[in-house]
Design a protein around this ligand. Structure first.
Ligand code: GLN
Length: 246
């Protein structure tokens, strides 16, 4: 049985709004298709070996949480960059997208260096961007509506090497000005969407899993279809809660 290897980065420090639920979705959608999934927590002081993983997941965190991991993150940045260049899949959420970039200047004016796996930079604004978020996402020419919840002070602007995960239909997104949300570069995905994100967005979950299986086996898989009726219903409820018709 093919085992897909998931790294859960800083699970103690970076996990708000139930973001760790994304790990459960990745694991179950692999197992429902006959794969196994290993989940390894990598915390402060632990080694991140880029050869040991197919997916690296980082949840969101408040400014204080991000400061807690900042020093250790810097020590791991070369390994993250090597993994990203090798096609490891990254899903880094909210505080995570900020730390995936060049850096984050937080609400107190403290600068936290990012690891540079996404071409973007973030500075905190004077207000928080909070609420339901609906976007039209595009990955490799494939489009789908994606929903989530955002709560961040950071305003993120993408550089030329990163493309948005999608365009904002409802909500604030990266910076509340250019209607972009998230970022993709190689197989690195950053997003502001909490929720957790993946239970209501099976399309996105399967994109990430397809990449991860390809990284592990060297071949692009044909994923068997799953009954997504509950997931789609949850997405519909979220879209209507955002004050939109599906
Ligand atoms: N601390 C960051 C900000 O306020 C990220 C917050 C989060 O992860 N929800 O922008």
């Amino acid at each position: 049985m093919t085992e897909i290897r998931i790294c859960h980065l800083y699970p103690k420090e970076m996990n708000i709004y139930g973001d760790r639920g994304n790990i459960a979705v990745l694991q179950k959608r692999l197992e429902w298709r006959g794969y196994s999934a290993s989940i390894t927590s990598v915390g402060i002081g632990d080694e991140f070996n880029p050869n040991n993983f197919d997916i690296c997941y980082l949840g969101g965190g408040q400014d204080r949480d991000q400061m807690l991991v900042a020093h250790d993150l810097g020590k791991k940045s070369a390994a993250f960059l090597s993994a990203a260049k090798d096609g490891v899949v990254f899903l880094w959420v909210c505080g995570g997208i900020q730390l995936a970039g060049v850096g984050y200047t937080n609400s107190d004016g403290n600068r936290i260096s990012g690891v540079g796996i996404l071409d973007l930079d973030t500075s905190a604004g004077s207000s928080r961007l909070i609420g339901d978020l609906v976007l039209d996402a595009e990955i490799e020419g494939d489009n789908c509506r994606v929903v989530g919840y955002e709560n961040h002070a950071g305003r993120t602007f993408l550089g030329p090497d990163a493309t948005p995960l999608g365009s904002v239909v409802k909500g604030h997104g990266n910076n509340d000005t250019d209607k972009t949300e998230g970022a993709i570069q190689r197989r690195v995905v950053g997003t502001y969407m909490h929720g957790p994100l993946l239970p209501k967005n099976p399309w996105l979950a399967d994109k990430l899993l397809s990449w991860a299986i390809e990284h592990n086996t060297g071949e692009t898989p044909t994923l068997s279809s799953l009954d997504n009726s509950l997931e789609n219903l949850a997405q519909q409820v979220a879209i209507s809660r955002a004050g939109m018709k599906r």
